[in-house]
Design a protein around this ligand. Structure first.
Ligand SMILES: N[C@@H](CCC(=O)N[C@@H](CS)C(=O)NCC(=O)O)C(=O)O
Length: 100
């Protein structure tokens, strides 16, 4: 099914990121995921209230980005960056490297 509001890289996305196009934290998070070379599913909630509501229900949070790895909430960009800084991100990502 074609879905204009999601972008999937790689074959089996482990990472989901809810984002808004104008959000600098979202672009920073995407840049970090791209640097890690993992597959991800980007879910654009910029003008999509239903998907934004899904994000809020899944995360319990209202800001973007919201990032999930293997279905588990990581949090926003600051949480992703903290895992990267503290050396725990690679373990969370399971050492996966998917061609984007
Ligand atoms: N600490 C959060 C900050 C995220 C944040 O402030 N996001 C802004 C957009 S860049 C936001 O969602 N604002 C509220 C809104 O759009 O409803 C993070 O690192 O992800």
């Amino acid at each position: 099914m074609t879905d204009i509001n999601t972008t999937t890289t790689g074959a089996r996305p482990l990472v989901e990121i809810y984002l808004k196009t104008w959000c600098p934290y979202c672009h920073a998070a995407l840049a970090l995921l791209k640097r890690k070379g993992v597959a991800y599913r980007a879910i654009d909630v910029t003008n999509d209230r239903a998907r934004e509501q899904q994000m809020i229900e899944r995360s319990g949070r209202h800001t973007v980005p919201e990032i999930f790895v293997g279905g588990e909430l990581i949090g926003g960009f600051d949480d992703l960056a903290r895992h990267d800084r503290e050396g725990t991100l690679d373990g969370l990502l399971g050492g996966r490297r998917d061609a984007a």
